[in-house]
Design a binder for this molecule. Structure first.
Ligand SMILES: [Fe+2]
Length: 65
């Protein structure tokens, strides 16, 4: 990420009903856009949102086994 010019603001993990399971807010002055979330106990599918200050919000489904 390039400081405050272009950065990932937040990652959010949602369950299959789009309830928030976990989220990580980044500080663009020191953080990389990397996050770990406890998804133990979940199966089927989850969704991950990545929110960028320039490019809006991205949604990615994650298929779990
Ligand atoms: Fe972006």
């Amino acid at each position: 990420m390039r400081g405050f010019e272009h950065f990932i603001h937040k990652h959010i993990v949602l369950d299959k009903s789009f309830n928030i399971i976990s989220e990580k807010i980044f500080d663009p002055s020191k953080d990389r856009a990397y996050s770990k979330h406890d998804i133990s106990g979940y199966s089927n599918v989850l969704f991950v949102l990545s929110i960028c200050n320039l490019h809006d919000t991205w949604l990615e489904p994650v298929k779990l086994s």
